[in-house]
Design a protein around this ligand. Structure first.
Ligand SMILES: [Zn+2]
Length: 288
């Protein structure tokens, strides 16, 4: 006789990873449910929390999972595969209806792990590390904007990579460097972009209100200037944020003291500019 208790009937699930949980698209009976994943079988005596699959590496991605669904969990769960970009785009449009009405911001982490930009020697922290820490906090706090995190592969390929995402606007995250004593916040935009200037002014307003460092202004850059290449060759309005000087110990201390506050300032600026873009869409009143 077959012991039916030992038969596992694995099912396939499609969904998106949101804030570490798996939001189910299919099968339909579970559509919209947020579930958690464990490799444990349901019958095991332990609580599934003790062996939850960490989905943080899949944040924002659409994945296929196999397993058995039961009361908020998928047991015997396995991540089968990550959907490719074309399928992901399609599924997102079908299932994440709120997402298509939101403006998309490409949030670009300046520099790379192996060429990390400006450095604060005393605290041994560089631009790349600082901004990589900041980005998840911004993503958490943003309300009305789809944030797409972008890492730099090569500087030459960066505008093309960003353009392929179809973002509505672009924010590059950097820190300034000087002689160790210069202090303040600035945001740059391309000299021909009116929307870039508006975004720069909105962002700078929130950054200076948060950090209370000297306001160095919204600055124009042309293609030849530092950072101008990115500002010039991205199709969407683009700014480069330098909220403080990383080689100035006092500036860095100010920024590190309230990282959540700084992330909140970015999030507010992103949402404010998204709202402005929506108004503009209705009125067609702002020229590019
Ligand atoms: Zn930089």
């Amino acid at each position: 006789m077959i012991d039916t208790n030992n038969i596992t009937k694995d099912e396939q699930f499609f969904g998106i990873v949101q804030e570490g949980k798996f939001k189910v698209f299919a099968p339909q009976r579970l559509e919209g449910d947020l579930v958690r994943l464990t490799p444990m079988a349901e019958k095991e005596a332990k609580s599934p929390e003790s062996d939850e699959i960490d989905l943080s590496g899949y944040e924002g991605k659409i994945i296929e999972v196999s397993g058995e669904a039961s009361s908020g969990w998928i047991y015997s769960a396995k991540v089968v595969e990550e959907a490719g970009p074309v399928l992901s785009d399609f599924l997102r449009k079908v299932f994440c209806k709120e997402d298509v009405t939101k403006k998309k911001c490409a949030l670009v982490i300046g520099h790379k792990k192996d060429s990390p930009g400006g450095l604060n020697e005393k605290n041994n922290i560089n631009e790349f590390e600082f901004n990589e820490k900041l980005v998840p906090l911004i993503e958490e706090k943003v309300k009305n904007t789809n944030v797409q995190r972008v890492y730099r592969r090569t500087y030459a390929g960066l505008p093309g990579d960003i353009n392929s995402l179809g973002a509505d606007f672009v924010v590059g995250l950097h820190c300034n460097t000087g002689d160790g004593t210069v202090s303040g916040s600035e945001v740059s935009y391309h000299h021909k972009s009116l929307k870039g200037r508006i975004l720069a002014e909105i962002l700078l307003k929130h950054l200076t209100a948060c950090l209370e460092l000297p306001d160095r202004g919204a600055k124009t850059r042309s293609a030849e200037d530092k950072g101008g290449y990115l500002l010039c060759y991205t199709e969407a309005p683009c700014v480069i944020a330098e909220p403080f000087f990383i080689d100035n110990d006092e500036d860095l201390t100010r920024a590190m003291k309230d990282l959540d506050g700084l992330a909140e300032a970015f999030a507010k600026a992103l949402d404010e500019f998204s709202a402005a873009l929506k108004v503009e869409e209705q009125e067609h009143s702002i020229a590019v």
